[in-house]
Design a protein. Structure first.
Length: 382
């Protein structure tokens, strides 16, 4: 009859079941930690967006970038300009990043009055969000935890594939396997939850697993994309800048970038002038509220001379480049606004449901019987 007609009679299915079972048993608590932290991190941009509430404006005020940077620097003597982050729809508020005594100050200025409206130390805010990020990315264990996380993502992907194979009940019952019978007995309800939710969320779970591997081990994926669609390799020219050399003003650097990409608005300015041979990076976008990697033009400058070290635009990317850049946005649901974030956060907890229902089935089918035998031996042992 074969697997398609009578799947439970296939001998190799039992081996698949054991693989699925033991990966689930071993990864259960790991998956709970990863999924809960991941669902919270879906809202990370919202949680870290502490922009003061000022009347919304799609354009910034008359104050120049130089004036706003100077105001922030004057408020913190001895500090150095790090960045200007304009990745927001409200361009009235200008967050200026400063480096001072090993800390990063974020100074928020009103571009209409170029006055400071709020300020904070980046390292001191939202400590629990930073912990969740460390837990999700590196299991809060550093580089070694990150490598282990890549292996965990691969095993999650394998568990999703084996789960799809095990889900197939045969041609007569496949429609029933798509639903949950909520009034069924507890054991049957538990199975329905595990089976149906696992099937309907298979694509997302497999995606989260394989993209988790990509974040830790990107080279094999990039090589595959390069084979399918050759991507131009862009390297920045070396910078001969050294501490003590001059640095062009933000106004001049941004203006030079806009000469190369007319119509682009500043999304992000990074002043990499803390160590020798560094550069200034200017990112422009016609819509800075869109996640930056998806719609950007980048120009890299030599800080003192303004020589262009590299220039690239997302408008000329191949589909492979867009795919590789979009992986992060797809993983965290950072592409459709708050509705998609809420959906991703809720669906991100489905693996937690699968872990719990899987453990319940393991207890009912295996551990409970063994526990009874152990208990009986204790009772009847003289």
């Amino acid at each position: 009859m074969g697997f398609l007609q009578q799947p439970r009679t296939a001998g190799w299915r039992k081996a698949i079941f054991q693989v699925h079972l033991w990966i689930g048993v071993l990864l259960g608590f790991y998956l709970i930690a990863i999924c809960v932290s991941g669902s919270l991190l879906v809202f990370e941009p919202n949680l870290l967006n502490d922009t003061p509430r000022l009347p919304h404006a799609a354009t910034r005020g008359p104050a120049t970038w130089n004036q706003m940077a100077a105001t922030a620097l004057e408020a913190h003597p001895g500090s150095k300009l790090v960045d200007i982050d304009m990745r927001s729809s409200n361009r009235r508020v200008v967050p200026v990043g400063l480096a001072l005594h090993g800390e990063t100050w974020i100074v928020y200025l009103d571009s209409f009055t170029h006055r400071i409206v709020a300020q904070e130390v980046l390292q001191r805010r939202h400590a629990w969000v930073e912990f969740m990020e460390a837990l999700h990315n590196q299991l809060a264990l550093g580089a070694e935890g990150g490598m282990a996380n890549g292996v965990g993502g691969a095993l999650l992907f394998v568990m999703a594939l084996t789960g799809l194979v095990l889900w197939w009940p045969g041609p007569r019952q496949w429609k029933r396997a798509l639903t949950v019978k909520w009034r069924a007995r507890w054991a049957r309800l538990n199975w329905d939850l595990h089976s149906a939710f696992g099937f309907w969320c298979f694509v997302l779970i497999a995606m989260w697993g394989i993209t988790g591997v990509y974040f830790i081990y990107p080279r094999p994926f990039d090589r595959t994309l390069q084979m399918l669609c050759p991507m131009p390799v862009t390297h920045a020219l070396p910078s001969n800048w050294k501490p003590g050399d001059g640095v062009l003003s933000p106004d001049e650097l941004i203006a030079r970038a806009q000469q190369i990409y007319p119509g682009g608005k500043l999304a992000y300015l990074f002043m990499g002038t803390s160590v020798p041979h560094r550069e200034v990076q200017v990112y422009l976008s016609r819509n800075p509220a869109v996640p930056m990697p998806l719609l950007e033009d980048e120009v890299v400058f030599q800080p003192a001379t303004g020589a262009v070290l590299m220039s690239t635009s997302s408008a000329h990317w191949t589909w492979a480049e867009r795919a590789s850049i979009s992986i992060y946005a797809i993983h965290f649901g950072d592409f459709g606004g708050l509705p998609v974030q809420i959906l991703w956060a809720v669906l991100g907890l489905v693996p937690v449901l699968l872990v719990i229902t899987g453990y319940v089935m393991w207890w009912n089918r295996v551990l409970k019987k063994k526990w009874r035998k152990i208990a009986e031996k204790r009772v009847f042992t003289p």
